[in-house]
Write a new protein. Sequence first.
Length: 148
Amino acid sequence: MNEIERLLAIEEIQQLKAKYFYGLDTHDWDLWRREVWAPEARLEVPELGSSVEGRDALADWVAERSANQVSVHHGHTPIIELTSDTTATGLWAMEDRLYRPKDHPDHADGAFILGFGHYRETYVKLDVGWRIATTLLTRLRVTRQRVF
């Protein structure tokens, strides 16, 4: 892979992560299935004691947890390393804000949640482009607050 191809691959991975955040915040689970996750993807969130495998299963799991919730997710300052022509790793700093109504299943945790942490990811290049293969979300700090 030459330098231009390497830079293009890194940009494609950054665009992929942008689709991840957009799909998550707009609840566009079809976008997630179609353009974000590899078929055998795995999502781990140790804070919740959760590990979900398979693109459809993880999209369904996140959709269920995100129902009736407004969220704003930001990822920035990525460190992306291409490990081959078809694989890569990434580390993203993140911030998320979650707004939950009283009828949300996790409302007891707080109606407003502000989190800071990191995404540690692996990527795979398929015939359709780069996809997320694994994601590990760890938070360094979480603030919960009731606003109702």
